[in-house]
Structures are given as structure tokens and as C-alpha cells.
Design a binder for this molecule. Structure first.
Ligand SMILES: NC(=O)C1=CN([C@@H]2O[C@H](COP(=O)(O)OP(=O)(O)OC[C@H]3O[C@@H](n4cnc5c(N)ncnc54)[C@H](OP(=O)(O)O)[C@@H]3O)[C@@H](O)[C@H]2O)C=CC1
Ligand SMILES: CC1=C(/C=C/C(C)=C/C=C/C(C)=C/C=O)C(C)(C)CCC1
Length: 334
């Protein structure tokens, strides 16, 4: 009897694993694995991607590089970024691209720590000196569910990196984006914005800290920032759009503690149900280079299609107030 139960359990586990594998390999998602598109589409264009050494940013960099762009990887850890850049050059060579030597110079690594306003300023100063143009800025880097931590300037980490660091970065690069117009800004947010609120009385979470709320708040801030910026950029030929990538298998979950014994199960589930980084990056890539969204600004996208926002993400007075407070927080108040 016991032997029969064990055998049944093993068979069920095997059947489940096979079903998951079949689902992963034959589902519609696998068809989106390798990007198509004209390999010369982004030729002559310079793209800056924050957090380009890992996950979605890395996959976005790989694809835009394949499409011929000069890609600047804005990353906080030079060693991790150089390692990723080396792998990307090699992958491009192996995929029949221009080859590691010919692509040199099209992939540039620069240090950028969004948890330090000093680093953001130094990064922009160098970039403005060295780069004659910037066609696409992709605000992709992010931190998720970290324990309570503060940035170098004393801001709650998720709000500080996901919103404020990118707020300063974008503002300092706006002149170059305008002089390179038509140009685009792409902001990576999340569907989890739905659970956030902009609680102006405690933006630093000094009174209480809830990591889920603070992540959602930072992602709501990404959307409000996008909409306010789109309004300010009207008539400049610089567009800005925001997206959610879906649930993607990346390093974003690094602060989530999974007990050692449960990890294989979580890995299996994420492998079966989460998007791959390349699948998740499709909307970022679409907004960065598709002719379909030429002139489109201030909109929210998922799976390369426009989606509706909750009223709280379209509240113009909250967006303006957040903009004004962010200017004071990062020290660019004119
Ligand atoms: N994965 C998912 O399911 C979802 C992701 N997103 C969003 O997608 C974006 C990309 O995340 P994803 O690729 O998943 O996660 P990863 O953790 O794989 O990548 C995040 C990137 O952000 C960088 N980063 C973190 N902190 C800083 C900092 N202070 N300064 C500069 N760079 C920093 C990381 O650098 P380092 O490697 O050095 O840590 C890394 O390169 C994020 O904005 C995230 O909120 C949204 C919805 C779902
Ligand atoms: C891959 C993987 C993980 C990653 C989780 C991730 C990437 C969560 C993403 C969250 C979302 C949806 C954020 C939305 O903004 C775990 C569970 C830590 C452990 C098992 C392997």
C-alpha cells in the first residue's frame, strides 16, 4: 500500500514536471523569445539603459545592440557591468552580428549609482561631455522589497532609486534629449503600482515602513512622473511612455527569502510561469524603437499594447505636486 502511494506521488510529480515543461516550451511565449526586426533599425542611435547588467535591462541592451544601436549601460557596479558587456558582445558575435571587435564602441559601460545624487550628477556631467546625442533613455533599474535602507542622501531606498534617482537623471539629460529630437524616454514601472499611494506626509517612510507598499508607491511615482513629463514636453518632439513588463524571471527577487528546501519548487514555478527576460523586455524594446509609437506620449503599455490606468495614476494634481517635491528633494529647484 505504502509503495503504491509513493509510486503514485512520484508519477504525479513527474507528470506535473512534464506538463510544466511542455507548457514552457510550446506556449505562445516561446515564439517571442528571439526578437525580429531590421538589424539596422537603430543604427546611428544612442540609447542609455539604467541597470543594463541584469534581467530586463540586459535583455533590452542585447536586443537594441542587435538592432545596431550604440548602447550605454548605466550600472552601479563596474565589474558586474563589464562582465555583462563582455557576454553581450560575445553573444552578438555568435548570433552572426558584427562580431566582438566590430561592436566595440557600440556598447559602453558607465558607472551610475541611482542611490547617490552625487553619482547621478557625475554620470550626467561625463555623458554630456562625451556624447553628442541621446536618442533613447530607458529608466529601467529598480530595487524591490529591500529591508529598510536609505540612499546616500537619506531617502527610503525604493523611492530613492526607482523614482528620485531617475527623476534627477532624466532632468539632467533633457537638454541633450531635446537637441537630439525626435527622441524617446521609456520608463519601466509595474502593475503593482495599483497598491501604492503617494503619501506626501511620509515620503521617506520614517513613520512606518512596509516594503510592498514602498515598492508600489515608487512604481506609481514612475507613472505620475511619466504623465507630468509628457505634459511638460508637449511640442518638443521628445516622447515619454511607461510600461509594465509582466512577471519576469530576473534577479529582482534577491531580497525575498525562500527557505533552502523550497527553492527548487520556486525555481520550477518561476521557470514555468514567469516570462524570460527577453520576453519581458519586449515592451521596453517596442517603446524604444517601434515606428508604431512615433509621437505617442504619456501612455501606459503592457505586452506592446496601450493599457488603461487607474484614476490615481492619472491624477494631474498629485503628479504636479510630486514633481515639485521631487525637484526640492533632488535639489534642482530653479
Ligand atoms: N522582474 C519582474 O517581474 C518585474 C520587474 N519590474 C521592473 O523592471 C525593472 C528591471 O528589473 P529586473 O530586470 O526585473 O531586476 P534585476 O534585479 O535583474 O535588475 C535590476 C537592475 O537595477 C540595478 N540597480 C539596482 N539598484 C541600483 C542603483 N542604486 N543604481 C543603479 N542601478 C541599480 C541592478 O544592478 P545590480 O545588478 O548591480 O544590483 C540591476 O542591473 C525594475 O524597474 C523593476 O521594478 C516590474 C515589474 C515586474
Ligand atoms: C526567479 C525567482 C524568484 C524571483 C522573483 C521575482 C523576480 C519577483 C518579481 C516580482 C514582481 C512581480 C515585481 C513587480 O513589480 C524568487 C521567487 C525570489 C525565487 C525563485 C526564483
Amino acid at each position: 500500500m505504502a509503495v503504491a502511494s509513493v509510486a503514485a506521488a512520484l508519477l504525479a510529480a513527474l507528470g506535473g514536471a512534464l506538463w510544466l515543461a511542455a507548457r514552457r516550451l510550446s506556449g505562445p511565449r516561446s515564439q517571442r523569445q528571439q526578437g525580429g526586426g531590421d538589424p539596422g533599425l537603430m543604427h546611428g542611435k544612442t540609447v542609455l539603459i539604467t541597470g543594463a547588467n541584469s534581467g530586463l535591462g540586459r535583455a533590452t541592451a542585447a536586443e537594441l545592440l542587435r538592432l545596431g544601436a550604440r548602447v550605454i549601460m548605466g550600472c552601479r557596479d563596474r565589474a558586474r557591468a563589464e562582465e555583462a558587456a563582455g557576454q553581450l558582445r560575445q553573444e552578438l558575435g555568435q548570433a552572426g552580428g558584427a562580431g566582438p571587435d566590430a561592436t566595440d564602441g557600440q556598447l559602453v559601460v558607465k558607472e551610475l549609482d541611482l542611490a547617490s545624487l552625487r553619482s547621478v550628477r557625475a554620470f550626467c556631467q561625463e555623458l554630456l561631455q562625451e556624447e553628442p546625442r541621446l536618442d533613447v533613455l530607458i529608466n529601467n533599474a529598480g530595487v524591490f522589497h529591500c529591508p529598510y535602507m536609505k540612499t546616500e542622501d537619506g531617502f527610503e531606498m525604493q523611492f530613492g532609486v526607482n523614482h528620485l534617482g531617475h527623476f534627477l537623471l532624466t532632468n539632467l539629460l533633457l537638454g541633450l534629449l531635446k537637441s537630439s529630437a525626435p527622441s524617446r524616454i521609456v520608463v519601466v514601472s509595474s502593475k503593482l503600482y495599483k497598491y501604492g499611494e503617494i503619501n506626501f506626509e511620509d515620503l521617506n517612510s520614517e513613520q512606518s515602513y512596509n516594503k510592498s507598499f514602498c515598492y508600489s508607491r515608487s512604481k506609481l511615482a514612475n507613472i505620475l512622473f511619466t504623465r507630468e513629463l509628457a505634459r511638460r514636453l508637449e511640442g518638443t518632439n521628445v516622447t515619454v511612455n511607461v510600461l509594465h513588463p509582466g512577471v519576469v524571471r530576473t534577479n529582482l527577487g534577491r531580497h525575498i527569502h525562500i527557505p533552502l528546501l523550497a527553492r527548487p519548487l520556486f525555481n520550477l514555478v518561476s521557470w514555468a510561469f514567469f516570462k524570460t527576460p527577453l520576453e519581458g523586455a519586449q515592451t521596453s524594446i517596442y517603446l524604444a524603437c517601434s515606428p508604431d509609437v512615433e509621437g505617442v506620449s504619456g501612455r501606459y503599455f503592457g505586452d506592446c499594447k496601450e493599457e488603461e490606468l487607474l484614476p490615481k495614476a492619472m491624477d494631474e494634481s498629485v503628479a504636479r505636486k510630486l514633481w515639485d517635491i521631487s525637484e526640492v528633494m533632488v535639489g534642482i529647484l530653479k
